[in-house]
Design a protein around this ligand. Sequence first.
Ligand SMILES: O=C(O)CCC(=O)C(=O)O
Ligand SMILES: [Fe+2]
Length: 211
Amino acid sequence: MADLLSDLRPGEAWHGEGVLHLPGFADAAAMWAALQPVLAAAPFRHLVTPGGKTMSVSMTNCGRVGWVSDRAGYRYQAVDPLSGRPWPDMPEALRAVAVRAATAFGAAGFDPDACLINCYEVGARLTPHQDRDEQDLGEPVVSVSLGLPGRFVIGGTERSGPKQTVLLEHGDTLVFGRSARLAYHGVLPVKAGDHPMMGARRISLTFRKAG
Ligand SMILES: O=C(O)CCC(=O)C(=O)O
Ligand SMILES: [Fe+2]
């Protein structure tokens, strides 16, 4: 840990051994441009939880597999249920950022096969959950934020218990893995605002090794 800490650049922060915040790490404009063909082929949609609730966040995916939720449960699958076709490929420009961030985290060799893309309109939120549908929990999750700020809340491996909030702004990247891989985390309701590039919303791209 001491070695990693001494390599940190100004602004970077470890929130415990398993969480690394890299402010302004991603070229947000380049990522937004690379995302356009993905969103054209697989638009955002509001998924339904197994319990029958419609999520306030709308989602889509790129990569070999994508995360979906419906009355049957949560899972990764190769086909977009909306189009009946495979999810769009993960653009190399996006993948490269995730690999670079994972390397900064100490997870060199990260090879994401799924990118779940979340769109938060003002007021949308993600209640605390664990990301546990991936086969290899030894690999981290890398999340890149675009648009309005997000207040990312992360705690321990129990749903209750202390949590801390990390403000994620346009271009910020957050990596969580190792001791925090199964940490409960979520996003507080996004506050009203108007981002010059992204408008009144926050988008997060979450890269995973699903299996
Ligand atoms: O939007 C975020 O920053 C977090 C998203 C998240 O937790 C997820 O996609 O599982
Ligand atoms: Fe998550």
